[in-house]
Design a protein around this ligand. Structure first.
Ligand SMILES: *[C@@H]1O[C@H](CO)[C@@H](O)[C@H](O)[C@H]1NC(C)=O
Ligand SMILES: *[C@@H]1O[C@H](CO)[C@@H](O)[C@H](O)[C@H]1NC(C)=O
Ligand SMILES: *[C@@H]1O[C@H](CO)[C@@H](O)[C@H](O)[C@H]1NC(C)=O
Ligand SMILES: *[C@@H]1O[C@H](CO)[C@@H](O)[C@H](O)[C@H]1NC(C)=O
Ligand SMILES: *[C@@H]1O[C@H](CO)[C@@H](O)[C@H](O)[C@H]1NC(C)=O
Ligand SMILES: *[C@@H]1O[C@H](CO)[C@@H](O)[C@H](O)[C@H]1NC(C)=O
Ligand SMILES: *[C@@H]1O[C@H](CO)[C@@H](O)[C@H](O)[C@H]1NC(C)=O
Ligand SMILES: *[C@@H]1O[C@H](CO)[C@@H](O)[C@H](O)[C@H]1NC(C)=O
Length: 435
């Protein structure tokens, strides 16, 4: 393993524009492997979760699918593309076509095959380490390195060994104690009766910072909340995810268990946006938007879920609540208006109301305001011994006849209703109006 083996460094431009087929390219990934190494790639796509999707691997623009014969050096196994092992000429683009019910998507993998140098690698340099991984470990924490061995279940992996530079370090279940530098893990892989050796390199950096430790992606938004949206409006909601930098988690928006782009494949009314990310030292913050070109009634109360690896969080839409202040002001205006109307009516028709009340309840006595009479009739009183004048006739006969009998008023008529010494009291307490 010490000598430089034969190597390749190839790259083939992706036929992004040449892909004259109808399948939309949804992801372009870059992978690297050393020659003579077993290598496998899983066509992971949110589409695969539907279960109905058929995955077919093609090499470059070939129309002939990759063989499914498990004895073939390059073959397809379920959604995996397996190289047992990688050879010089394998560099290039591989297309994984996901053919779902009337929907077709493709993932492109840009594979670069490198020459493998066992010695003389500069430390911690990913450039000289194309097929390696980098892992950051924290001082004072229990941590372990992971040997990145991703193969389909048909590949049996065992006896993982760890090396530091040249020396053998420890054996264990794919994990090893830590020390800064370059490590390699090696495992034996058995597939269909044939045995291979897989090795992976890991650049280890050690930090004293207690950085992002979570291996589970954290969705900071949405938070299973409800968002107000006007019917017919355009709306974009971002899903914000914090995850480790080297994660391989898929991030997407789903309706139920269906990817939004598939759910709305006809109308394209709701679409997933492009993923953006901001990388920090040990973690990255990803943003994936979901855009409603037009909010419709059917969107209300329906959960739209953002998925990031094993994590999920949703939001729901609801129609905007009517403006609370408008209600308050309207209510106050209505109450004020009603009060003003009541005041106006009661002052204008005070007498009529009293009369109506009296006729309605046959109340002959005092009513609420304690007054006995409706009006006090003042007239010039002739001397006691004189004969009744025309005034007396008017006041004592005509007025009571019309006002009291016909109209229902109660009059206090001086000279008819007073008792000696009671005038002033009556005058004070009794009338509502003068006549
Ligand atoms: C494929 O990978 C090679 C080497 O990493 C790179 O030069 C090339 O630009 C990549 N092609 C695309 C389309 O990403
Ligand atoms: C790899 O592909 C299989 C189907 O062959 C799928 O069930 C599995 O979830 C995939 N693995 C990952 C890590 O996505
Ligand atoms: C997808 O599958 C349908 C039948 O299931 C087939 O007619 C069509 O050609 C396939 N498309 C691709 C690109 O493989
Ligand atoms: C390792 O960590 C040191 C200090 O934390 C940093 O300066 C250096 O760039 C890191 N190396 C790599 C390869 O990340
Ligand atoms: C590390 O693991 C040991 C035992 O495995 C335990 O006693 C110790 O508390 C752990 N330390 C930390 C920081 O988790
Ligand atoms: C969503 O995220 C993108 C990219 O980070 C940003 O440009 C955009 O303003 C965000 N939109 C909303 C509605 O927050
Ligand atoms: C996503 O990116 C593609 C090109 O990379 C661009 O054509 C498309 O408009 C972008 N979509 C959004 C929603 O920004
Ligand atoms: C939101 O709901 C998902 C299930 O859809 C659940 O897994 C998650 O823990 C919830 N998150 C919060 C913050 O309640």
């Amino acid at each position: 393993m010490g000598a430089a083996s034969l190597l390749l460094c190839l790259s083939v431009a992706l036929p992004l524009l040449l892909g004259a087929d109808e399948c939309q390219v949804i992801r372009v990934l870059t992978e690297a492997s050393s020659t003579k190494q077993p290598f496998a790639f899983n066509c992971t796509s949110p589409l695969l979760t539907s279960g109905k999707a058929r995955v077919t691997w093609y090499r470059r623009l070939s129309k002939v699918p990759v063989s499914t014969d498990s004895q073939a050096r390059i073959h397809q196994e379920q959604s995996w593309l397996v190289f047992l092992p990688v050879a010089w000429g394998d560099s290039g683009t591989y297309r994984c076509i996901v053919n779902d019910t009337d929907m077709c998507r493709q993932v492109h993998v840009n594979l670069t095959v490198f020459e493998k140098y066992e010695c003389g690698m500069s430390r911690n340099s990913q450039m000289n380490f194309p097929d390696g991984h980098e892992q950051i470990l924290h001082v004072g924490k229990n941590d372990s390195l992971t040997c990145h061995l991703n193969f389909p279940k048909s590949c049996v992996l065992d006896s993982v060994k760890w090396y530091k530079l040249v020396r053998q370090f420890t054996a264990g279940k794919g994990r090893a104690p830590l020390e800064r530098g370059s490590y390699a893990c090696e495992a034996s892989l058995t597939h269909a009766g044939r045995q291979f050796t897989v090795s992976r390199r890991i650049a280890v950096n050690v930090t004293e910072n207690v950085g992002y430790e979570g291996r589970i992606p954290k969705i900071t938004y949405p938070i299973n909340n409800t968002i107000e949206a006007q019917l017919g409006s355009t709306l974009t909601v971002n899903c914000t995810i914090t995850d480790s930098r080297d994660n391989t988690n898929l991030r997407c928006w789903r309706v139920g268990s269906t990817w939004v782009d598939v759910y709305y494949q006809e109308s394209k009314r709701v679409q997933e946006g492009n993923e953006t990310h901001v990388a920090f030292k040990e973690h990255a913050v990803y943003t994936v938007g979901i855009t409603f070109l037009e909010v419709k009634m059917e969107d209300y109360g329906h959960p739209f879920t953002c998925h990031a690896g094993v994590s999920a969080a949703y939001f729901m839409l609801k129609p905007p609540a009517p403006d609370g202040r408008a209600y308050l002001i309207g209510g106050l205006l209505a109450i004020t208006g009603a009060a003003a109307l009541v005041l106006c009516v009661s002052s204008r028709f005070r007498i009529d109301i009293v009369l109506w009340y009296r006729s309605a309840f046959h109340s002959a006595g005092t009513i609420a305001d304690g007054k006995l009479y409706d009006a006090y009739v003042l007239y010039p009183k002739p001397p006691r011994d004189c004969r009744s004048s025309d005034v007396d006739t008017l006041v004592l006969r005509a007025l009571p006849e019309v006002l009291e009998r016909q109209c229902g008023y109660k009059l206090f008529i001086f000279g008819r209703d007073e008792f000696p010494g009671q005038e002033s009291q009556h005058i004070k307490q009794s009338w509502r109006d003068d006549v």
